[in-house]
Write a protein that binds this ligand. Structure first.
Ligand code: UTP
Length: 305
């Protein structure tokens, strides 16, 4: 795939769609009444971590695709006058600054997905707000620590090639059946021309071990492909199917990002994200490490006095 003329006109990537309408069944029972996106990564809700990633990448507006019981997500990015007043009265200046900064982070828009008809349908719900611009899709289940962020990395690839980009990560053979797996050609370091995406193939017949992860940079034409799709046997419109059409009829770049990813929609991923983010913090890292060392010793040497 050719890099495009850097002087060529292209629309900047200003909007990010963040679908949050799923039920989070893998984390039940907590997700019965608490949106998984509001579960904490130490003391910050997961949704704030990904919104900050968008802000730092230059995104100007996030579009939440919401569903029943998800109102707390919008509230988190809104002003909370009562709380601010109390913090002010009690002289809690630092806390006040932190709380206020969240509501000033970015412009947010909420679009309701009335039925959870799949990720493809959720993205299609954003059509009227995204309009005719390239946009990010950010899945808040995927927390990825990297410098620069994966969103920034994808925007850089888009600016160079001018085509849709999906983030890719190699996964072990026994895990391919949990992901959308790409077929295509590797034409430069970390870059692939995607031909198709196979949703959750069985190990042994998977076309590769490159899995699509929850960061996508899509051209507005994706909406036409999604609109034409029928729901699959589970009743969902799959984003994967729209991406395969985009790859076939136009072009789609697969980009192997650098960074460590945690799937916080899964119990183990949720725990490892919390441990990893805590270890990286100056206020908590050394204490958590000390605790972990003690625990490991207890497990390894249970009979030591
Ligand atoms: P997931 O399938 O990982 O999330 O969808 P889920 O359905 O909430 O979780 P489980 O599998 O039942 O545990 C990926 C993303 O797409 C959103 C989800 O909120 C999540 O951010 N999504 C999924 C929607 O917004 N609408 C849908 O119809 C489906």
């Amino acid at each position: 795939m050719k890099a495009r003329d850097p002087k060529a006109n292209h629309k900047p990537v200003r909007k990010a769609v963040i679908p949050v309408a799923g039920f989070g069944t893998r984390l039940l029972p907590v997700t019965k009444s608490v949106p998984k996106e509001l579960l904490p990564v130490v003391d910050v809700p997961a949704i704030q971590v990904v919104v900050e990633e968008c802000v730092n990448a230059g995104i100007e507006e996030v579009i939440f695709i919401t569903g029943r019981g998800k109102g707390g997500i919008e509230d988190h990015f809104d002003f909370n006058f009562e709380l601010e007043k109390i913090l002010e009265q009690r002289g809690k200046t630092e806390e006040l600054k932190r709380v206020r900064a969240i509501s000033e982070l970015i412009r947010t828009i909420a679009v309701r997905q009335k039925k959870p008809l799949g990720l493809g349908h959720a993205v299609l719900c954003a059509r009227d707000v995204v309009e005719d611009e390239p946009f990010m899709v950010v899945l808040p289940d995927d927390l990825i620590s990297s410098q620069p962020s994966v969103t920034t990395q994808l925007i850089e690839v888009y600016e160079k090639y001018g085509q849709g980009v999906v983030s890719l990560m190699p996964v072990p053979e026994e895990e391919v059946s949990s992901y959308g797996i790409v077929t295509g050609e590797n034409w430069a370091p970390s870059l692939h021309r995607v031909r198709t995406i196979v949703e959750k193939p069985e190990a042994g017949i998977a076309p590769s071990n490159l899995a699509v992860i929850g960061r996508y940079l899509l051209p507005p034409e994706i909406f036409d492909y999604l609109e034409g799709l029928e729901p699959d046997e589970s009743g969902e419109v799959q984003l994967t199917d729209g991406l395969s059409l985009l790859a076939k009829e136009r072009a789609l770049v697969g980009y192997e990002f650098t960074g460590r990813r945690h799937d916080i929609g899964d119990k183990l991923g949720f725990l490892t994200a919390n441990i990893s983010y805590a270890l990286n913090r100056d206020d908590l890292g050394p204490k958590v490490l000390k605790y972990m060392r003690r625990k490991i010793k207890e497990v390894d040497e249970p009979d030591e006095p």
